[in-house]
Design a protein around this ligand. Sequence first.
Ligand SMILES: NC(=O)c1ccc[n+]([C@@H]2O[C@H](COP(=O)([O-])OP(=O)(O)OC[C@H]3O[C@@H](n4cnc5c(N)ncnc54)[C@H](OP(=O)(O)O)[C@@H]3O)[C@@H](O)[C@H]2O)c1
Length: 295
Amino acid sequence: MNIKKWLSKNTNSLQNKVVAITGSTGGLGINICQFLCELNADIILLDRDKAKATAQIKNLTEIYPNIKISFIEMDLLDFKSVITACEKLKNIKLDYLILNAGIYNVKREKTSLGFDNVFQVNFLMPYYITKTLLPTLQKCGGKVVAVSSIAHNYSKLDAQDIEFLNRKKISKIYGNSKRFLTYALFKLFENENCASLTLAHPGITLTNMTNHYPKAINWLVKIGIKILFANPKKASLNIIKAMFTTANKVKPQWVGPAMFNIWGKPKLKDLKTATQNEIESIFTTAENLYNKIKK
Ligand SMILES: NC(=O)c1ccc[n+]([C@@H]2O[C@H](COP(=O)([O-])OP(=O)(O)OC[C@H]3O[C@@H](n4cnc5c(N)ncnc54)[C@H](OP(=O)(O)O)[C@@H]3O)[C@@H](O)[C@H]2O)c1
């Protein structure tokens, strides 16, 4: 795929548009930010690691000297830091909010807010941020792009174990958090007329997230992923495409690789992985959790 041609066909200039992005220091985030610079966006990096974010700003401004780029500290494991960051973002004209940060194969811990760390980073905080910034987004017709995963389909809602605390398999625990993110946000935007949501996923690509297998098989998996799947640069185009795609509000859709959700160019597709009842239950649970923590 010729990326330059693809960009000119699938995107528009983002001059004077403000894009805030979480997880900008990760494998996909770095590439998304480069494309945002190509498109002339004003970028706000929402990251936990100030040193990494500062290095990212330095690298980008060396290549794109005219770009407007800033950093707001936001650690999704630290609720206070999320509240403070949202307070700052509330006063900014926000055209796009890209919810890209995520964790996969980490030691499971209870956060200071009292939740499972994977559930909090991948779902609860992105949901809180979206709800909190919705009035800001509504003011300028802003769009949320949330980065989901094919793993969201490895789990189904378990009302007795919402955070999958009794599960051991990391792909299911991660999948559950992405399932909550996907369907709670979908439902939140179902009747929303001023702001919008487009769900996206990158397929499978080699980043820190996919670089976690036991040492003995790590290199095999690494080579396999490199040969079989798109590199992070191409995979990140799915998120860029989502920024310029209007998804159906009544039936769930997402933007991801065209073929088997793994290969090919970014494409908008229907998402048929949950029943209406499950979507309703996920949304009700999400709203209850939001109301509990916002107090
Ligand atoms: N790679 C894949 O194959 C794949 C497949 C499906 C979906 N995804 C999704 O794509 C998104 C980006 O992942 P990636 O592949 O780029 O992984 P990555 O390289 O591991 O990047 C993850 C990003 O999330 C940030 N992050 C992690 N914990 C955080 C916290 N507590 N507070 C704030 N930021 C935090 C990381 O920050 P630090 O740099 O400070 O660690 C990093 O910027 C994730 O949502 C992931 O679930 C990836």
